[in-house]
Design a protein around this ligand. Structure first.
Ligand SMILES: [Zn+2]
Length: 135
């Protein structure tokens, strides 16, 4: 039964474009707008949310691969900087959960130390200065 559903879904998605970065972006913005609208109850916000989601799904099920890919490339080219900035910050937030970031007092080099190891003596890999920190 489950295999049958999976099979028919595979058949349905065959030759269709699927999800790309632009598609993900539209889905996320659509869901965020829909969520915000739970509190606002604004018609324009509601329409925008639906529009984003409808476009995202229409692109996903589209069979015009080249057109959809061109749209995605257009989107990627215009959002390179903001995506890089976002990825950098998200990576930093992820690291902060398990590591401390210390700055070397000698050369300002940033050093990553795992959390929960008690008091540790850190040797800077760049200038070899030693300093003690709690991790
Ligand atoms: Zn240093």
């Amino acid at each position: 039964m489950l295999a049958k559903i999976r099979n028919s879904l595979c058949n349905f998605m065959r030759g269709r474009y699927g999800l790309d970065t632009l598609g993900n972006f539209l889905l996320i913005i659509g869901v965020i707008l829909a969520f915000i609208n739970l509190f606002l109850g604004n018609t324009v916000v509601c329409l925008c949310a639906w529009l984003m989601l409808v476009i995202a799904y229409a692109r996903m099920f589209s069979k015009k691969y080249e057109k959809r890919n061109a749209e995605n490339v257009w989107f990627l080219e215009r959002t390179t900087r903001i995506r890089e900035w976002l990825n950098k910050h998200l990576a930093r937030i992820r690291i902060r959960r398990t590591h401390h970031i210390y700055t070397c007092p000698g050369c300002k080099q940033k050093i990553k130390i795992p959390k929960g190891k008690g008091e540790v003596t850190i040797t800077c890999p760049k200038c070899r200065i030693e300093f003690t920190k709690k991790s």
